[in-house]
Structure formats: structure tokens, C-alpha cells
Design a protein around this ligand. Structure first.
Ligand code: FAD
Length: 390
């Protein structure tokens, strides 16, 4: 199942040492806190700090910003080794979406203030892009920041900001020039998520994950918290979305689940025969395994491009498009295999595999929406990838 891209001794050593650490430190409770997005409980917070102390969370970043050197392949190893164990890299928004953009475009002061704390596992960010009437078309966002001397004063509303109830900082995109062309009047800020004037209210989702509406009422944000240049925020946001699409879906995350389903078919009978002998079940399993391998090959290819210094451009969209739909098909195949009781969860009696597939089937609904819907990604692939007219 594992197409190992790692070629250098240093990368292999990193994978091994990280694996040993994770096998010792990752508990079921920490994995549960990661996957249920419960705001990171005490155990997961402590684990993040412990990982931060090893320097591995900042792997791939320069040492002066709290990193421990290494390559982009080390970053890939980091997400893969967590996914293989059904956990998530702690503070993943800060580490893989905001941090890389800050590293490329942030002021020296901003990099020194935030990157070491991200690499140390100390702080998490929440993405503040979507508004009630601005989702896919982010360039239409209306929330405003008004220049007021040393600060900007920000008012308006964001919605579906998933980590805001526990994040330390808001990675906020707002309009700073209402008269400029739509894409050129947006700026990105780092805002204290608990600043005076911010109200956060929950939105519960089908998948059990909490997301939030976030309201700003004349929130004062110092100019030092502007990311990069004024009015370039849309382009930085696009860059962060590229990282998000690349890092979010590690197909290896499904392998343990596939293995549990296979084991289940070997001990469970239906109609007088074991499920594993049923041609219908076998076809489903073969399809699931094939699609995981295809997604893994696509992930390896994307990282091979990066390693060779090539731009990713539409490749991250392609990966997210396939990976997200693949996870939904995986859940559908699994439900077909398990039969009607596969939909039972929450320890209902008779739920196969402890209700994990029923839960998965609800959690993957968001996959083809968040980080860019499949319809939008198909347009990106068609235009940027295939050169079709806009
Ligand atoms: C659980 C959850 C968590 C989220 N977390 C975050 C977060 O942390 N931070 C954040 O900023 N946002 C977050 N989002 C928001 C998410 O990114 C948006 O929901 C997504 O971008 C779609 O925007 P929308 O909901 O406004 O739908 P719309 O943009 O209104 O789209 C509605 C439908 O129309 C289709 N559509 C729209 N435009 C086109 C077009 N040009 N061509 C073809 N089809 C089109 C879409 O594909 C979709 O099917 C989250 C959303 C959810 C549901």
C-alpha cells in the first residue's frame, strides 16, 4: 500500500524516528480528539507540545523559525505518518495552511513572532474566508477593514470558520479597498481570536464536527498583523488553499479502515457463507483498494513535482478533487458491504465495526465542499490544467 517516495538516508531516518515516537505517544484518546475536532482536549494539547519539542512539527522549515531543516518530503512524511495511524498533525491549519504563506510573504517580525510557536505546537489558527454570501466566489467578500492610523478597524461576518472556538488566531481575509477590482482589494490579517468585539457562535454539522459563525464589531487590529502586502490577500489565500488541498487528504488514512472491513468479511456470514466469499463484496473491496492506490500515486506525484522544484498549479486541485470523491465512494462501498446495520452508530446494538463506517459516511460529506467544491475544482482543472477557455 505504501509507495515510498523517501530516497535519502536522512528522510528514511526521519520516518523511522517519527514512527517510533508516534507509536509510543499517540493514544486512542488523542486520535479521538483529533478526529472529532473537539477543540483539542488536554491530552492532544500536551501531545502537540511534546511533538513541538522534538522539532519535527517544524520539519521542512528553517531552524531560525523553530524548524528543524529537512525537505518538503519530510513534510509529506509528517502528514503520512499521522494519517497512517488515523491521527492528524496537531495545529494543522497553522502548520500547513497559514505557516507556509507567512514563511513566504510575512514580515520578519511576523515570522519571528508566530512561526516558532507554530513549530512548537503552541498555537492554532482558524481560516476566516467564507461569508454568508461569499463561498466559492471569495473575491465577492464584503467584510471590511478600514484604515485608522496604526490599526485597521474590522466589522462584518464570517461563516463556517471551523477552528474558531478553540483557535488562538484568526487567519482573516477582508476587503481593504472597496473601489479596486474585486481580487485586488482584499487583504489578509492575523487577528487574536479572542479580541474584544469578536463573537463566535456554533454551527453543528452532519459529520459531528463543530464549525462557527464569527462576527466582528469594530475590532481593532494593529497594522503589524497585516500578512504581506496590502490588497494582495486574495493571492495569498489562493496559495494557502493550494497547501490545504495538498495536505488535507492523505489516502493512507483509509488503509486501517479497509483492513478492518476485510477482517470483518472474513468472520461474518450472510446467507450461509462468509462475506469474503461473496463476489459482490470482493468487487467492492478490490475497487476500494485500487482507488486508495491511485490516490496515493497522485499524492506521490504531486510531492515528486515539488521536490523537483516544479510548480503544482492545478495538481493540488486534481488531488483534492479525486481524493475527496474517493473517500465518499469508499464510505458507499463499505456501507454496501456491511448491509443495513452498517448505518448504525453510537454503540447501537449490532453496529458492525463499532459504527465507524456510519460515522465516516457522514463525515466525508464535507470533503467535496470545504477547501473548494468539486465543481470549482473541475473548472480549475479544465482551464488551468487542460487549457480550456474560461
Ligand atoms: C463543515 C464545513 C467547514 C468549513 N470550514 C471552513 C473554514 O474553516 N473556513 C472557511 O473560510 N470556510 C469554511 N467552509 C466553507 C467552505 O469552504 C464553503 O462552504 C465552500 O467554499 C462553498 O461555499 P458556499 O457554501 O458558499 O457554497 P456556494 O459557493 O454558494 O456554492 C453552492 C453550490 O454551487 C456550486 N457553484 C458555485 N459557484 C459555481 C461555479 N462558478 N460553477 C459551478 N458550480 C458552482 C458549488 O459547487 C456548490 O455546489 C466550511 C464549510 C463547511 C460545510
Amino acid at each position: 500500500m505504501d509507495f515510498n517516495l523517501t530516497t535519502t538516508d536522512a528522510e528514511r531516518k526521519f520516518r523511522f524516528e517519527l514512527g517510533v515516537f508516534l507509536d509510543q505517544e499517540l493514544t486512542t484518546e488523542i486520535c479521538r480528539q483529533h478526529s472529532m475536532d473537539l477543540g483539542l482536549g488536554k491530552e492532544a494539547r500536551e501531545f502537540a507540545l511534546k511533538l513541538g519539542k522534538t522539532g519535527w512539527l517544524g520539519r521542512g522549515w528553517p531552524e531560525r523559525y523553530g524548524g528543524s531543516g529537512g525537505t518538503v518530503i519530510d513534510e509529506y512524511i509528517l502528514v503520512q505518518e499521522f494519517a497512517r495511524r488515523e491521527a492528524f498533525v496537531p495545529n494543522i491549519v497553522a502548520r500547513f495552511m497559514c505557516g507556509p504563506v507567512m514563511l513566504r510573504h510575512g514580515s520578519e517580525d511576523m515570522k519571528s513572532e508566530f512561526l516558532p510557536r507554530i513549530a512548537g505546537g503552541e498555537i492554532e489558527f482558524s481560516l476566516g474566508y467564507t461569508e454568508p454570501s461569499s463561498g466559492s466566489d471569495l473575491a465577492s467578500m464584503r467584510m471590511r477593514a478600514v484604515d485608522d492610523g496604526d490599526s485597521f478597524v474590522i466589522s462584518g461576518q464570517k461563516t463556517f470558520n471551523t477552528q474558531s472556538h478553540f483557535a488562538d488566531y484568526h487567519w482573516l481575509a477582508v476587503r481593504t479597498d472597496p473601489d479596486a477590482p474585486r481580487h485586488r482589494g482584499i487583504s489578509l490579517f492575523v487577528v487574536d481570536q479572542r479580541a474584544t468585539g469578536i463573537t463566535i457562535s456554533p454551527i453543528d454539522t452532519l459529520g459531528g464536527e463543530r464549525t462557527n459563525e464569527v462576527f466582528y464589531d469594530e475590532v481593532r487590529v494593529p497594522k503589524t498583523r497585516l500578512v504581506g502586502e496590502l490588497n494582495k490577500g486574495f493571492y495569498y489565500m489562493a496559495e494557502a488553499l493550494g497547501y490545504e488541498r495538498l495536505m488535507l487528504f492523505q489516502s493512507i488514512r483509509l488503509v486501517p479502515s479497509l483492513n478492518r472491513i476485510i477482517a470483518h468479511t472474513k468472520v461474518t456470514s450472510r446467507g450461509g457463507d462468509l462475506l469474503c466469499n461473496n463476489p459482490y463484496v470482493r468487487r467492492h473491496l478490490a475497487q476500494m483498494a485500487t482507488e486508495i492506490k491511485v490516490a496515493q500515486a497522485m499524492e506521490d506525484r504531486a510531492f515528486a513535482l515539488l521536490k523537483n522544484g516544479k510548480p503544482l498549479d492545478h495538481e493540488a486541485s486534481l488531488l483534492k478533487l479525486f481524493g475527496s470523491a474517493m473517500r465518499q465512494r469508499f464510505a458507499d462501498h463499505a456501507l454496501d458491504i456491511l448491509g443495513p446495520t452498517g448505518r448504525l452508530e453510537n454503540n447501537a446494538s449490532g453496529d458492525p465495526l463499532g459504527g465507524e463506517i456510519a460515522k465516516l459516511a457522514k463525515m466525508v460529506v464535507i470533503d467535496t465542499i470545504g477547501g473548494g467544491t468539486s465543481e470549482i475544482l473541475k473548472t480549475v482543472v479544465a482551464t488551468r490544467g487542460m487549457g480550456l477557455p474560461r
